[in-house]
Write a protein that binds this ligand. Sequence first.
Ligand code: NAD
Length: 457
Amino acid sequence: MKVINPASGEVVDTLTETAVSELPTLLAAARLAQKSWAKRSPSERKAILAKFRALVVERKEQLAQTLTLEVGKPIAQSHNELNGLLPRLDFFLEHFEAELTPRGVLGAATDSLEERIAFEPLGVVANVSAWNYPYFVGSNVFVPALLTGNAVLYKPSELSSLTGLAIARLLHEAGVPKDVFQAVIGGRELGAALVQLDVDGVFFTGSYATGRKIAEAVAPRMIRLQLELGGKDPAYVTDEVDVAAAAAAVADGAFYNAGQSCCAVERIYVHERIYPEFLDAFVAEVKKLKLGSPAEEGTYLGPLCRGEAALQALADQVADAEKQGARVLTGGRRVDRPGYYFEPTVVADAKPGMRVMKEESFGPIIGIASVPGDQAALAAMADTEYGLTAAVYTTNEARAAQILEELPVGSAYVNCCDRVSPRLPWTGRKHSGIGSTLSTLGIQAFLQPKAWHIRRA
Ligand code: NAD
């Protein structure tokens, strides 16, 4: 398998793919190893994952370089991702033992009867992962899975396999037995075969289209399934804001990581009273964003990891918007340089049916529309198959709450966006997914309860 640098289009490495025929042997080894891993004390597993954290800190620079090389993430943002990994690890390390501890049940116990809930690991889980934040989306799964006594068969995205292999090396060096965490290397076909294995849970991060295929493949087996999928996340800027500050914040939410974030702002609705002023401030912000080589420290916008296919999808959205009467205020084209770069693009007067307002763009493009008031904003924000996040900008918190309470989304942002916290569940509704990672719910996700009824003779 070729590893391509999206900043140049050049092949930078070649990897050996895992054969589909090898998977049953890997699973058998994982099954065996999981039993003794689960029998180790929680504090032993905790010490091993704490060592993994220490190795991440020690090798941070090298890991950031690898991520930037294969994904095209600007180096400053690769550093941010590795720094952001640490509080997630800390959260899991601090809280997993409490989730594993059996609980008595209030009001049930008598001298002769005890009722209690115990928590057991699922067993062997498959983790099929995305490339856009490989440390975040990977660690949301494999860290709590390992801490709670599961074995993991991990398939990094074919676009971030060097990082996936680096993660495996660090875990093994920290003391996770080789068969307890195994990275398999390959693309769609391997992913499809992996989720068909007789595993005890499937944890997936990626697109709705793939998530749906996985849900269909897994359904007859009645195993734990979690899907963290895409979004078409809206932000509504009310007429009670500091316009310049809101424009800067939402521009960052839309263009950080070149818009390749599941919770990137993908649509903006602006109260008509401040619409012209907001557009001016927003375009001024976008013009400040520095596009360039991701290896350079000052670069904010790098290339698109998915290459030609991503560029074509964005060009199609621009053509569709222009045909339907939208105004492209800045950008709109591929950048004339090697690699896969697209200009940061602002589409004003966007209409509901336009592709830029419906399809997950996953790139440096944003549609903006004017709305006459909160009811219209609410209706427009709700007009999507997805339900990942939504943001409202206003100094009036009650006004934001009224709108966000009505929206079927997993995360509600007031005066912020494109934000994830280890303490809060990361969860999507509708086409954005099933289940939760992060928070204590994201630890429970890797456990199954056993109800004990103990009658004393
Ligand atoms: P993708 O769906 O193309 O691929 C994801 C993974 O699935 C890859 O490892 C791929 O090899 C594998 N795969 C492909 N076909 C498969 C199949 N039939 N069976 C099993 N596995 C298969 O997504 P991507 O391009 O890697 O990631 C981008 C998408 O991920 C976006 O939609 C983004 O919003 C979403 N995402 C969601 C979150 C979240 O937390 N909700 C986080 C990051 C990314």
